[in-house]
Design a protein around this ligand. Structure first.
Ligand code: AHN
Ligand code: ZN
Length: 335
């Protein structure tokens, strides 16, 4: 009986082997045909969410990254060093920008360029600063204290650092610019009941849009990552992004669904969110899509942790990081 089972297993194994090598042969043939007709499309590498998680924890270890603080300066040095280590040509753009309360902020946009000579480029961006307030914290006494910003800030940067590491190992067919925008989150706080003022958010991207790091900078398109690490995050199709380029939004969401991340990427309309992508598109004239967690049931549209002291490492989930990181890799390696 045992012998019979062994030989049955052997036959199965042989059959499987023949079947699989047959498939391999077909696959190899297809690839060759593709290669002879157009520039070889590079297969997307595997996004490592452990690395991304680690880069988020490293940012938080500096403390809150509020402009004009030592913690902010130390984290800026870390981010440019990481991009350099991952093979990017780094430019740190220093800008004096004026906050809602007239504070002069010494902002730093940190830019890592891959293949800087290429004309066809894709911009990947996230903000790296953290909010000096916790306007939505339930503890009113702590609303004037800066937040850790694990999800709000560090998550997008962590995903992009992991993408930078992958870009070094496996070059892609387009030029890539990774920009960590500063002073995104210094917008007029809700808890002080001040009279409304325009354009107090996204100060770093507003500056860059008016003074890009290369003259007349243009990309085919941009992707902004904001709050991409919370457990059970839903990414709806943000409305400005849909206005700029609905085909691009659908392509990104379809890619996520094909990879099996349909749970996170909802094909429904989200909010109209004033974020760095709005200034990128309006000032530089190419579409930029915002992948941002949206909660249609929340009063402010975001997660419960938003602009509170609960935005800590406990608010970061590796499955969410993987869904976003792998989707973005797939999109850029399909160029
Ligand atoms: C506003 O609340 C105006 N915009 C959301 C942009 C943002 C803040 N992203 C992270 N923090
Ligand atoms: Zn914020």
């Amino acid at each position: 009986m045992k012998q019979l089972l062994t030989s049955a297993l052997l036959v199965c194994g042989l059959l499987a082997g023949v079947f699989l090598s047959g498939c391999d042969f077909l696959k190899g043939d297809n690839t060759k045909q593709g290669a002879s007709t157009k520039a070889t499309k590079v297969a997307a590498p595997v996004f490592n969410s452990d690395s991304a998680y680690h880069y988020i924890a490293e940012q938080l270890a500096f403390g809150p990254r509020v402009p004009n603080t030592e913690e902010h300066a130390a984290c800026a040095a870390y981010l440019s060093e990481q991009l350099r280590r991952f093979g990017a040509e780094v430019v740190v753009q220093e800008a004096k920008v004026i906050a809602f309360d007239n504070t002069v902020l010494h902002a730093k946009n940190i830019i890592g360029q891959y293949n800087p000579g290429a004309k066809r480029r894709v911009l990947l961006c996230a903000h790296w600063d953290t909010r000096p307030f916790a306007d939505y914290d339930t503890d009113a006494a702590r609303r004037n204290q800066p937040i850790d910003g694990a999800n709000d800030g560090a998550s997008g940067v962590g995903v992009l650092l992991e993408i930078a590491r992958q870009l070094q190992q496996q070059p892609v067919n387009v030029g890539i610019d990774i920009i960590f925008f500063d002073a995104e989150d210094y917008g007029q706080p809700a808890h002080l009941n001040l009279s409304p003022k325009d354009d107090t958010w996204c100060l770093g991207s507003q500056y860059w849009g008016k003074h890009p790091h290369t003259p007349d900078y243009r990309a085919l398109y941009g992707i902004l990552l904001d709050m991409v690490g919370a457990p059970d995050a839903y990414f709806y199709q943000e409305q400005h992004s849909m206005n700029y380029d609905p085909g691009l939004v659908r392509y990104i969401w379809d890619t996520a669904h094909q990879l099996g991340y349909g749970y996170h990427f909802k094909k429904d309309r989200g909010g109209w969110i004033t974020d760095d992508h709005v200034y990128v598109t309006n000032l530089r004239n190419f579409p930029c899509v915002n992948i941002i967690q949206y909660n249609p049931d929340a009063r402010h549209g975001f997660g419960d942790y938003w602009h509170t002291h609960n935005d800590t490492m406990d608010n970061i989930n590796k499955n969410t990081l993987k869904a976003v990181g792998q989707t973005v890799l797939e999109v850029i390696y399909s160029e």
